[in-house]
Design a protein around this ligand. Sequence first.
Ligand code: C2O
Length: 534
Amino acid sequence: CLERHYKFNVVLKNTTRLCSAKPIVTVNGKFPGPTIYAREDDTVLVKVVNHVQYNLSIHWHGIRQLRTGWADGPAYITQCPIQPGQTYLYNFTITGQRGTLWWHAHILWLRATIHGAIVILPKLGVPYPFPTPNKEEVIILGEWWKSDVEAVINEAMKSGLATNVSDAHTINGHPAPIPGCNSQGGLTLPVKPGKTYLLRIINAALNEELFFKIAGHKLTVVEVDAAYTKPFKTDTIVIAPGQTTNVLLTTNRRAGKYLVAASPFLDAPISVDNLTATATLHYSGTLTSIATTLTSLPPRNATPIATTFTKSLKSLNSKKYPALVPLKVDHSLFFTVGLGVNPCATCVNGSRVVADINNVTFVMPQISLLQAHFFNISGVFTDDFPANPPRVYNFTGTQLVNLRTTKGTRLYRLAYNSTVQLVLQDTGMITPENHPLHLHGYNFFVVGNGQGNYNPKKDPNNFNLIDPVERNTVGVPSGGWTAIRFRADNPGVWFMHCHLELHTTWGLKMAFVVDNGKGPSESLLPPPTDLPKC
Ligand code: C2O
């Protein structure tokens, strides 16, 4: 195994999209940022130098960070931020993982422009469990705001209301071409006929789940969140912020230009007007200037397409890549996820929209939780996060009389190597929306999901304990539930949150603390000497 060294200079870069320019925060001046290439078992060392005026931290989304929680990245969870002018070396080994993951800023809304792909190749000489592609491409889906993104969220936090949606979706940093600004949009993906391409698709958008489609071509899904799946063919993939999906694309046309599109999937009946992102799949030698359009882009509320896609996802579960689903459960947890409303004297409506898990709106601490855990600093967090919702929930549309949430920096303590079943129930009290929940430090198995209220007597009978899909980010369906299982075999403090940035900011987050019983200093490596201070 090798050491892979990268240097991330975080700098402002004036960038023009949609005919309007603004300085954006970038890594090495690139948007999206550079791809990290490594192989399974390699050690990755990324030196991050903060040249901007914002506090900074970078998360390696989906990397398990076995005993190296100090390199995980979420600000105030596993580290204090890298302050302006400071440097931090992220140092971690990729153990037992291969596939597509990604990295992104994990503080403020900086991940809007600070993100990039992590491509983990199998160990040398180990083939993919699918036909070897002729070529590989990284496809990063994102969003573009004409305004300053930090101003957008600051304004929303002041008013107590939601933010506007972005102005456009992007594919590898580019929106659809619009008249007059063509040079800033409309990415071209050159292909040759008769080949197989592996597309490594990442949804880096801040706030929207997306459909992704290529006109005239089917896609074969082979991996999600760096875990192999049973291959299946589909017209459309559905991908939530935080998720990654690898597909095989066979260029079985002779020539032509075909439209590639990423359009929003959102159940909420609110009017959203951001621009669909398009790119063009361009067969070599094609002279025509017109791209074949998509006959149908899924409508924003195409829940059946999303449900069918989700149902098709299964672990590969082969001899070489078995699905090690925990069959016995030590911790059975039931968490409601949703939005609430708290009073706010200075807000526009006298109230503010908040978000919660089990009625707790998470409050960020002043120093990192991992430091508090490791050095036994009291008063930073409590470990009394409720295992069950403290009050009646009801997703069915009857809004609760009391939408208030409680506040706290409350964690749930898991015994090292214990097994966990977590049922995530959407409450959909204010607007119906899917919540893509991301767990740091682990992959989990999605053993079940359904519409309506979870029924603890009946629903477990239908759980898939054989080949459930393995992931690190899962959608809790609007008005429904998702059940996951994992083994808590990674000591540390691990964040879990909605990957819709607005909901994270509003407090839809909590953390697990996992100890091996010998105390944190036995189970975790000591913090690196350059760990930033608060
Ligand atoms: Cu990709 Cu905590 O996030």
